[in-house]
Design a protein around this ligand. Structure first.
Ligand code: ZN
Length: 328
């Protein structure tokens, strides 16, 4: 694996739960590991090989795996486990999507979830290897009302580690305009939204124009529209590129078809993310390796990607300086 310091700028906390952790939590919480979910230590969620079939299978596995989460301690353990694994691969900074909706499903308040995540982080931070910030994220397909609620909860419980508001979920649900109030309600200075993954260039345009997004979750399908590509370059847009996720969920059929290299060569401020790493059998280290092996990125170019991520990270300037110093 390349020794270049890495940054994971797009990852969902629940998407980092490992099969071993699912088994462990199921035992601790006196519930069953969902039958068929894990095979030989890996998630076994492959659908029928079609985009639709595989997406349904993935979402089902995700719901099954996270259904074993029952307590604040589970959030602490999952956070620690992910951060430790990432730090072991040379990741110096991670920005994690967290979901108040998911906390509610576990039976926790947003504040309880935050407290639990912070405890997992504090444990890793003692070793002084990795920094973390959080993005409070609404789920698009839960609808505008639920999203607004997340925005308000985020606003009412300010936390030093929560530095941005985000939107994930089914990009084809509702319109961008339906979620403007949720972003505004959060009162946070930074924002990102999933756009240009499951939907095309029009979704990126809507996120940019209506939600005022400049740092996009994915953005990869902007490649379909040369005019949009020029506009994105002009605003120095930042794509959070998650190659394994894109391939597993059929945004592109193979590495050759994926626009990572084209984005970088065009001058876009490319960053990398692991998205839901354990479900895509990946990690941030592996994503950097894929960039090197399949897209021909040199160590210097990978360093450029890490620098991009630090420059665009939702952190204060002191932390940004400290992280940039680790690149020297
Ligand atoms: Zn994502």
């Amino acid at each position: 694996m390349t020794r270049v310091p890495k940054v994971d700028l797009h990852v969902h906390l629940e998407g980092t739960i490992s099969p071993a952790m699912v088994t462990h939590l199921a035992e601790r919480n006196k519930t069953k590991t969902p039958p068929g979910l894990i095979k030989e230590g890996s998630y076994n969620w492959q659908g029928d090989g079609t985009a639709r079939g595989d997406l349904i299978a993935f979402v089902h596995a995700y719901d099954q795996a996270t259904s074993v989460m029952k307590s604040a301690q589970d959030y602490t353990d999952i956070t620690y486990d992910y951060l430790k694994r990432s730090a072991d691969e040379g990741c110096i900074y991670a920005e994690i999507h967290i979901s108040a909706d998911h906390a509610a499903q576990v039976g926790l308040t947003y504040a309880e979830m935050l407290n639990a995540i912070t405890q997992g982080y504090e444990k890793v931070k003692k070793e002084n290897r990795i920094e973390m910030r959080l993005i409070s994220t609404c789920v698009r397909h839960y609808g505008p009302e639920a999203a607004l609620k997340v925005g308000k909860i985020t606003h009412d419980h300010p936390h030093p580690l929560v530095t941005a508001f985000g939107m994930a979920g089914d990009e084809n649900a509702y319109t961008a305009a339906d979620f403007k109030s949720a972003f505004d309600a959060s009162g946070l200075p930074h924002r990102t939204a999933h756009a240009g993954e499951a939907a095309g260039p029009e979704s990126v345009r809507a996120a940019r124009d209506i939600l005022k997004i400049r740092r996009f979750g994915h953005m990869v399908r902007a490649i379909e529209d040369p005019v949009l590509m020029k506009e994105l370059l002009a605003i120095n847009a930042v794509p959070e590129v998650c190659v394994s996720s894109n391939l597993c969920l059929h945004a592109f059929k193979d590495y050759a078809a994926h626009p990572l290299r084209k984005f970088f060569d065009a001058g876009l401020k490319v960053t990398l993310g692991s998205d839901d790493p354990t479900f895509f059998s990946t990690s941030i280290g592996r994503e950097y390796d894929i960039a090197q092996k399949h897209f021909g990125f040199s160590d210097d170019e990978l360093k450029r990607i890490t620098r991009n991520a630090i420059e665009e990270a939702f952190v204060d300037d002191t932390t940004r300086e400290q992280l940039l110093n680790k690149l020297k």
